[in-house]
Design a protein around this ligand. Structure first.
Ligand code: HEC
Ligand code: HEC
Length: 412
């Protein structure tokens, strides 16, 4: 409270001046009355005011009365004006207080996120400045705790994380970390050192660095372009053709039938685009990719290698054969919206909120968090392509296996 009162504003300074005037005036009045009372003691017979003649009516109802009435009116006007003015300013004051509160949280979150030796939690060392993505050195051990390998594990960009997880899901990740990865638990509940308020400050900071939807789509397109320029151009064209049709309802995208209402990439392009995005590990610490969670070893550049030894790093389920499990609609919906804790997806899969949503902002419409927009990291066309690729993973893996057997045979 004292700290709060110590904050100086002009308004508050004036308030203090008025308060001082009132207090000093009060004391002066009191002292004056005492002195008057003293002087009068013993002489009330001559001086008692009620014994002498009072002012005549002409004088009473003249200037004096007018002065009294006008000053009363004046004071009334002051009250009548200041109350609504105060009321007008109060809303702004409250909004200002909330804003200040948020700014304080962002500032504190920024310090927590950073590398300050005393107050920082070093998120930045792994996740990059402003959460743009980075990596962490990590020792992999086997089930018996024996050394297997030291690897460089991709740490996903966090400047897009509020587009793929709900605020509560991110808080959950911070609290409990990701066992078996360099991401340790940070919240007290998970065994970490940060209080609930500090986690909220980190969340507030992350909110302050989120990219816009356009920035994400541009980043993704640029990453595709770096691999296959023609494909990126064709994707951009398809996206442009569908943009206005999909703005309201991105979930309505559909390329199953040749006669689809929407512009679609050709199937070969879909497969290729899906493959690029699914495995996109060098952009933003793998934030746009799926392999980092669904392919063991992908987070440290050794996808599918030594699966038996490295039983870690596959945090999401194996997706081979998923086409037998989820219909196209269910599959597309899951990639777009992600899973939600306690909610069924597909026919009978229990979601637990760990599968991110890549096409629909999970925080859209939640009035307790900043509103960034409806879409998300992928346009529906990209989500569709990734789905098509995933539904062909079994064939894909067989092809990879065949390729590596041929290569090995060639070596011998
Ligand atoms: C030692 C390196 C390291 C530090 C320090 C670190 N992280 Fe992480 N973090 C990671 C890695 C690696 C992952 C990805 C784990 C995986 O592969 O599932 C990750 C994942 C996350 C995720 C999930 C993102 C996603 O899309 O999967 C969030 C959120 C996150 N970290 C926030 C933080 C915050 C906030 C801090 C600071 C309090 C922090 N991290 C500190 C390495 C780190
Ligand atoms: C942060 C880790 C993470 C990333 C990144 C991720 N997933 Fe998942 N995914 C999961 C988890 C965990 C599940 C299991 C469902 C759950 O926990 O709610 C899952 C489930 C799925 C399923 C259903 C599998 C089944 O057998 O039930 C599909 C399909 C899927 N993910 C596709 C994708 C695609 C496509 C991408 C990339 C666009 C992707 N995932 C990116 C973690 C991830």
């Amino acid at each position: 409270m004292t700290a709060l009162l110590a904050i100086q504003t002009t308004q508050r300074s004036i308030g203090y001046a008025v308060l001082a005037l009132v207090v000093l005036g009060g004391i002066a009045f009191f002292v004056n009355q005492l002195v008057l009372g003293r002087r009068e003691a013993g002489s009330e017979i001559e001086l008692a005011p009620n014994r002498g003649p009072d002012l005549p009516d002409e004088e009473l109802e003249g200037r004096r009365l007018n002065i009294a009435l006008w000053s009363a009116l004046g004071l009334l006007v002051v009250i009548a004006l200041t109350l609504p003015l105060y009321w007008l300013a109060e809303g702004g004051r409250q909004v200002g207080a909330v804003k200040k509160f948020e700014e304080t949280f962002v500032r504190r979150g920024e310090i927590l996120f950073g590398t300050d030796p005393l107050e920082g939690s070093q998120c930045e060392t792994c996740h990059g400045p402003k959460g743009t993505g980075g990596s962490a050195s990590f020792v992999i051990t086997n089930e018996d705790g024996e050394y297997v390998d030291t690897v460089t594990w991709a740490a996903p960009a966090l400047n897009t994380v509020m587009w793929r997880f709900s605020n509560a899901e991110v808080k959950d990740i911070l609290t409990y970390g990701r066992p078996g990865t360099p991401m340790q638990p940070w919240g007290v509940e998970g065994g970490g050192a940060l209080s609930d308020q500090q986690l909220d400050e980190l969340l507030e900071y992350m909110w302050s660095v989120q990219l816009t939807e356009d920035e994400m789509h541009t980043e993704l397109l640029a990453a595709v372009k770096a691999v296959d320029e023609g494909l990126a151009d064709r994707l951009a064209k398809v996206q442009e053709a569908n943009a206005s049709k999909l703005a309201d309802d991105p979930m309505s995208y559909d390329c199953v039938y040749a006669g689809s209402d929407f512009a679609c990439l050709e199937e070969g392009d879909q497969l290729r685009l899906g493959e690029i995005v699914f495995n996109m590990s060098s952009t933003s610490g793998g934030a746009y990719s799926c392999a980092r969670c669904h392919v063991p070893g992908a987070s440290f550049g050794k996808p599918y290698e030594s699966i038996d030894v490295i039983a870690r790093g596959r945090y999401g389920p194996n997706l081979e054969g998923i086409e037998k499990d989820l219909t196209v609609k269910q599959h597309f919906a899951l990639i777009m919206q992600g899973s939600e804790a306690g909610k069924i997806y597909g026919a009978n899969h229990q979601g637990d909120g760990r599968m991110p949503g890549f096409g629909i902002n999970p925080n859209n419409g939640d009035t307790s968090v900043p509103q960034l927009g409806k879409g998300s990291m992928y346009t529906p066309e990209v989500a569709w392509a990734v789905m098509v690729y995933e539904r062909n993973l079994s064939t894909e893996r067989a092809a990879i296996a065949a390729r590596s057997t041929t290569a090995k045979a060639g070596e011998q």
